[in-house]
Design a protein around this ligand. Structure first.
Ligand code: ZN
Length: 389
């Protein structure tokens, strides 16, 4: 722990952008019964950044800073944990994930095939709401550092009066380093606002209203652009050793249970109290205020999973057959467009057992039956540094 704190202190003193030259991402192939060893690895080397959950019988990807590569490899080999180098030089990946370009601060120059900064996305939200009558900007709070928490409501004009249609909430950018997530929400809005009357896309809005939150953890997202590309958490200062809380461990859904961490320096830190994060409370209130919210999806990366409750237990929900059917149709639909395979199933069995997860919260506490969490591309070759193209 001391080494890690010293490491953080050096970073803080320098206040320069964190660089990852010759850091590696290793893929581990733990066998049944090696979970304890993974936990020992995690405790022995707090500087290791787990890019996937700790789990057996599935690959586990770890980002190892250059200084720790030697001892970590000794540990893995001594304990016979099969491993391979997945990313040889993390900084190279980061340098190659996006091309330099001028800032895009208007709709005419907005390129949907690139990653965008928070400022660009905020301006884009203004422009979309100002340009398309079916889109409305809704600000539902401010982040710890004072940035707007914004949603775009997309609603067919034909139905603005009368009863509420079912609402579908699409949430992105929870974990700030998962850049493909905000991009996906931004593209989803484009898909609806540019749909021609009478088209298949437009007809979706005959059935439902759609609420899209492109960047639900804005402070973390900005930090990944300015300081540390691998930052996952919020940026709240709770007076503890380390900054930030895992925004997908903080929800009132078996909070502080298995799969989340009590250590403020962990990427899985569940927070000083349940729903401690202003971003989480604001979002819970926002979704609760939406009339007739019936579907929710939380978009993450990576791993290519399409998941439903529960995360915190292996027990299935009473809607398991229904959710399983939707999951299967969803992954078939994805495959039919790009030929990319996703795996669908309950969060705890497909990915890892986790507590304080938003999909569980909305299912259990707000009665949103169609509650999902997705892990977008890829399966780890690039991980969080998925190139724009
Ligand atoms: Zn995530």
């Amino acid at each position: 722990m001391k080494i890690f704190i010293a490491f953080c202190a050096i970073l803080a003193l320098g206040s320069a952008k964190r660089l990852f030259h010759n850091d590696q991402v290793l893929r581990l192939h733990p066998t049944e019964g090696q979970r304890d060893l993974l936990e020992k690895l995690y405790e022995t080397f707090p500087a290791i950044d787990f890019w996937t959950g700790l789990r057996e019988n599935r690959p586990v990807d770890i980002h190892v800073p250059r200084a720790f590569l030697g001892p970590v490899k000794v540990f893995l080999n001594r304990h016979r944990i099969n491993n391979e180098i997945f990313i040889e030089d993390l900084q190279k990946n980061i340098d190659q994930e996006r091309s330099p370009r001028p800032e895009q601060m208007n709709l005419a120059s907005f390129d949907y095939n690139v990653y965008h900064s928070f400022d660009e996305i905020e301006q884009w939200i203004e422009d979309i709401a100002g340009t398309y009558s079916i889109a409305t900007k809704q600000t539902f709070g401010t982040s710890f550092e004072g940035r707007n928490l914004n949603a775009i409501k997309v609603q067919h004009l034909k139905y603005t009066t009368g009863g509420s249609k079912p609402a579908f909430v699409i949430n992105c950018g929870v974990h700030s380093r998962e850049w493909v997530s905000p991009s996906t929400c931004v593209y989803t809005v484009k898909y609806f606002v540019e749909a021609k009357a009478g088209s298949k896309e437009a007809s979706i809005l005959d059935e439902m209203d759609v609420y899209v939150v492109p960047v639900s953890n804005p402070d973390g997202y900005v930090y990944t652009w300015t300081d540390d590309r691998t930052w996952r958490k919020t940026r709240s200062d709770n007076g503890l050793d380390c900054i930030g809380v895992d925004p997908n461990s903080n929800w009132d859904a078996n909070w502080s249970g298995l799969g989340a961490s009590s250590s403020s320096c962990s990427d899985l830190f569940y927070g000083p109290s349940v729903m401690s994060e202003i971003e989480i409370v604001s979002q819970a209130g926002f979704v609760a205020s939406i009339p007739n919210a019936q579907a929710y999806i939380d978009i993450h990366s990576y791993g290519q999973y399409w998941m439903f409750p529960y995360a915190y237990t292996y027990s299935v929900t009473e809607d398991d057959a229904f959710l399983r059917a939707i999951g299967a149709e969803s992954v078939n639909a994805i495959k039919s467009v790009h030929g990319v395979s996703y795996e669908s199933g309950a969060f705890s069995t497909v990915d890892y057992q986790g507590s304080g997860v938003s999909a569980d919260y909305f299912y259990d506490k707000q009665g949103i039956k169609c509650s999902f969490a997705a892990e977008l591309r890829d399966t780890g070759r690039y991980g969080f540094t998925l190139p724009e193209e």
